[in-house]
Design a protein around this ligand. Sequence first.
Ligand code: MSK
Length: 663
Amino acid sequence: MDDKVTKSANKEAEQVLEWGESRGIETCFTRAEKLKPCPIGESGACCKICHMGPCRLVGKNAEEEARGVCGATLPVVAARNLARMIAAGTACHGDHGRDMVFTLLAVANGETKDFQIKDVKKLYRVAGIIGVEFEGRPVNDVARDVALKFLEDFSRQRGEINYIKRAPKKTQERWKKWGIVPRGIDREIAETLDRTTMGMDADPDSILTHGLKVALANGWGGSMISTDISDILFGTPSPIKAEASLGIFKEDEVNVVIHGHEPSLAEMIVDVVYEPEMIEYAKSKGAKGINLGGMCCTANEVMMRHGIPTAGGFTNQELGIMTGLIEAMVVDVQCIMPALTQLSKKFHTKVITTSDKVKMPGATHIQFDEHRAKEIARDIVKMAIDNFPNRKTEGSHVTEKFPVIAGFSHEYIEYMQGGRWRASFRPLNDAIMAGRIRGVVGLAGCDNPRVPATGMHKYLAIELIKNDVLVVSTGCSSASCGTAGFLTPEMALENAGPGLREVCEAIGIPPILHLGSCVDNTRILTIASAMAAEGGLSDEIGGMPAVGIAPEFITEKAISIGCYFAASGVPVIFGGNSPVGASNEVTKIMTEVWFKRFMGALHFEPDPEKILAMALDYIDKAREALKLKKYEPGKFGTERVLMDMAARREMERSAIPHAGVGG
Ligand code: MSK
């Protein structure tokens, strides 16, 4: 890690921050400096579930001796805290998915003319997976049945959510064996809250097992539904050029930022800013045009499909306003800092909230409604244009920006490996088997002002590709890589190890593939399932030479994502201190016990060099267990020891790497 960096590892962000600090402007970085985390709450040792407390379970032998007033032990308290984080994260992604289902239903019922079904092929593919008849039926009838069937997935009281069947059979068998196949998404969230309240489940393993169940309801339910419906409505992404940086804003144009997570309103705004009347209107106010940019995951959604540039991830949102160039920051849901409205008073930026679930004093609220989507988008863009003459000269304008290639969907990755008629994952599996590609890392999650923001992502991205590890990125990790100039094919030439470079050059792809937003982590699940089905590696998600890393995680959503990957069979390493670090028992369950049961794990490790070493070790041990060629940089081969049943059983019992790490 570069220790010259101070608050943000992104040069442009640092420039704006320095400008703001010289004027006494507060940001999440200055607040993080002033406000140290409470060490008791941070490590999961504080129980505030009932009003006999809050109980702080601290002391020399807290694990064995500390008790809350009700008698709850430290592992119980830590496990309950973690389960509630998973449930909250699942609720966020679940609601996102549900809103997408309602938009699809409105389209199918002809209640909105503003959205259309753009990817009929994907609709049919989804219909086929969930058992909706599609041959010879009108598209809208199929879409209606798909939407209704997904709505059932939210409220189902018994049985299983539909998408569970997309996982490899062996992965499903593990879930069945341990009783974590989710029923309805809402049902599992409600049960988590019930189960973790005072006087309920007091067995840490049982609490955490349910935690995995609610996490799976996110990964194979809410989030996966969300990704698929977004593709159906707005198009399945394929590679597209864009730009990233706080330098995307234009001094002579109306700058509109769309920030949050849900793509529906953002899609309409993309349409509206290109309308000739709207551009004329902007000119009438003295601007040369309208410049649309994104922030956080709404940015990822519209970048993946339209090449709309991003101003960066979570920690750049205040800095965007501090450029003094944004006429309107339009926010939908999740990861919106309440500080935006206070900060916007110092500039001319209008903060526009659009969801009933995200209201902020000082913001202008324009409620989004999918039935009048375009009309609302026009009102918002007009409001931004009307604000252009109010722009002050105040602000830290930056100019540098970086090219980005985004748009790597499951479907495109399959296509790029064999074309339209031979699309498959065979070349990727072969490259891994031959040792050209050592393994795959999903680099995901937030950027965090408590570390030099974006710095852990940058460090790990470079080091992983140097080690011939293919990186697939999502969320603010993609923004961190994009604003550093890492999302280009040239990165392979300059930084990738020899094997990965050869593969990237042959296919013409960057060594870091931008897969989309936070909900699009589910693209990694379906890719891993396809790799298992392709053969030659593991026949389930568990056991693949693959690791998930969220080095700067912040949100409950990230915890939920980490847990659904762990339950699906992927070892996951989070940066920062563990939110359950106070309990060795809970740490052991998440690392050793989950690895034995699911071949996945959840570690917390603040040191980026150790994260890298752990990830490579997991990958190498998985290669060894699969009897793949030993990874040696620059030495490739095709030889592979075929496995008999005994060898496969041995693989099941393979050593548990990093047992006890974390916390
Ligand atoms: S936006 S959840 S800060 S990745 Fe998806 Fe970024 Fe984390 Fe929000």
